[in-house]
Design a protein around this ligand. Sequence first.
Ligand code: IDP
Ligand code: MG
Length: 230
Amino acid sequence: MGVFAGTTAAACVTSSLALTPTTPFSSNKRTTITTSSSKCRIRATHHQNLTAFPSTSHLFYAKSLRTTKPRIFLPHLIASLVDQTYIMVKPDGVQRGVVGDIISRFEKKGFKLTGLKLYQCSKDLAEEHYKDLKLKSFFPKLIDYITSGPVVCMAWEGVGVVASARKLIGATDPLQAEPGTIRGDLAVQTGRNIVHGSDSPENGKREIALWFKEGELCEWTPVLTPWLRE
Ligand code: IDP
Ligand code: MG
């Protein structure tokens, strides 16, 4: 019984430690642990030490526990810094089976996916999307390439997402793209560079509006948000 209770208490302490990265549980002298049969109850005078965040976290800062001046948290200012970008896996990326890899890189980075679809685009849509390149000699071939098979259309959201996505994608010419970037890792030629990313926040908005219909985008709050931004 004693061994069992001790083991249970240790397990509870261990799990509390795992949730307390900045404030070690063992350093809180006013914390008491009581065990009864197979159940373990932990009572702490400073409950914040049992949470996943330090006690002064602006996210989980209980009014009754305030001892110091709270930090200023202005979510509307963060919201005004949030950009959207249009990312598209081109037909060669779909054919080569790297869609999952490409999506995964943006997910792992910490951006928020707000729109996703497999889509066979028309010539008109491809020409509108690339209208700035209309006078380039490669334009007809580019339109043939983009309309040669389905593409994967994505809308991603986040602070600095436009510039960061361009870095994740790498240079237009895959042979110039740094290893570690999508084009640097997965492609060898400009005419088959497997992915598109908007080049400015304005174009991000324009391209998302061009490729997605109303109702195809989702507003949601990832549960990982507090683990990505303080
Ligand atoms: P980006 O995709 O890196 O933004 P842009 O200059 O906007 O590059 O060109 C759009 C796309 O047009 C490129 O991703 C590529 O697919 C194609 N492209 C650009 N330059 C050439 C070229 O010299 N030959 C063939 N295709 C090109
Ligand atoms: Mg471009």
